[in-house]
Design a protein around this ligand. Structure first.
Ligand code: NAD
Length: 298
């Protein structure tokens, strides 16, 4: 069993660290928010005074932080975490961040002989609690092999996407498909309403025809056809529109820096940006159908 530091004990990180405790590891955590530190103690995590104290003498470091600038600040430079770790330490960053920041951390980790992986996840807070997350992992083979047992303690599926940064690339590419497809499915339901076509009929036909996709047959944006979808509970998330907007913006940053043409991704980011500015950020991303009908988010 390992001594693990966990940095960022928020909605995802708290339950993920709790699953490492359940797997028999000793976990020392750090977070800036007192309430999150208290919740972590209830999960059997030892809370350290700060990040430097949390990482002292550990074999493994995990993190789950809000964005790329925070991840760079925590890990890089002389005051950062990487400078204080022994060569051979395993480091897993499960945050969703920009590809360039992930690659900057990879480069410094490699120079210091540290096994770093970028490992963003999908599955939401429910998956974090249940230990059923899917991890998309970028990094060298040896680092991914070293990180795998810890990822498997927090998730059900671990996919090695490729070299440094490709975990983040997989996450934003997938969520760009999702954001675009949810808008497409929602537009079709709004058009059907105008044309007098029943929601259930459109669902029955399109879910067996060429329009079928996850946004339709598993996460349907109108109440009725898929009882478990957030549309049936007034669009309580789920996966919030603000989180979708974050990922769509990361995809646009990556498209610009790599020169990829993503016109529908750009349009989806615009639409979710307006929805967020209208107050829809904390409702489920499938609530975008209200925007397309010209309704307020709530
Ligand atoms: P969160 O805001 O609940 O947690 C982030 C935590 O990091 C907070 O508790 C914050 O206090 C802490 N933190 C910030 N700066 C810190 C620092 N310098 N040192 C130590 N702690 C620090 O967010 P979350 O929902 O847990 O999401 C975390 C990451 O996971 C994000 O990158 C998010 O995009 C990604 N993600 C979230 C979900 C979801 O459904 N919530 C799903 C998939 C991926």
């Amino acid at each position: 069993m390992s001594n693990i530091a966990f940095i960022g004990l928020g909605n995802m990180g708290g339950p993920m660290a709790g699953n490492l405790v359940k797997a028999g590891h000793t976990v020392r955590g750090a977070d800036l928010v007192a309430e999150n530190r208290e919740r972590a103690v209830a999960r059997g995590i030892e809370v350290a005074a700060d990040t430097a104290a949390a990482i002292d003498g550990v074999d493994v470091v995990c993190s789950c932080l809000p964005n790329g600038p925070v991840v760079r600040k925590v890990y890089l430079g002389e005051g950062g975490v990487l400078a204080k770790l022994a060569p051979g330490t395993v480091v897993i960053d499960a945050s969703t961040i920009d590809v360039d920041s992930a690659r900057a951390v990879h480069a410094e980790a490699e120079a210091r002989g540290i096994h770093f992986v970028d490992a963003p996840m999908s599955g939401g807070t429910g998956g974090a609690e249940a230990g059923t997350l899917t991890f998309m992992v970028g990094g060298p083979d040896a680092a991914v092999a070293a990180a795998r047992p810890y990822l498997e303690a927090m998730g059900k599926t671990v996919v090695h996407a490729g070299g440094p940064g490709t975990g983040q690339a997989a996450k934003i590419c997938n969520n760009m498909i999702l954001g675009i497809s949810m808008i497409g499915v929602s537009e079709a339901f709004v058009l059907a309403e105008k044309l007098g076509l029943d929601h259930q009929k459109l669902f029955d036909i399109s879910s067996k025809a060429s329009g079928r996709c996850w946004s339709l047959d598993t996460y349907c944006p109108v109440p009725g056809p898929v009882p478990a979808s957030p549309a049936n509970r007034d669009y309580q998330p789920g996966f919030s529109a603000a989180m979708m907007l974050k990922d769509l913006r990361l995809a646009q940053e990556a498209a610009q820096s790599s020169g990829a043409s993503t016109p529908l991704g750009a349009e989806a980011a615009q639409i979710y940006g307006i929805f967020d500015a209208m107050g829809g950020g904390d409702i489920d991303f499938s609530g975008i159908i209200r925007f397309l009908r010209g309704e307020p988010p709530r």
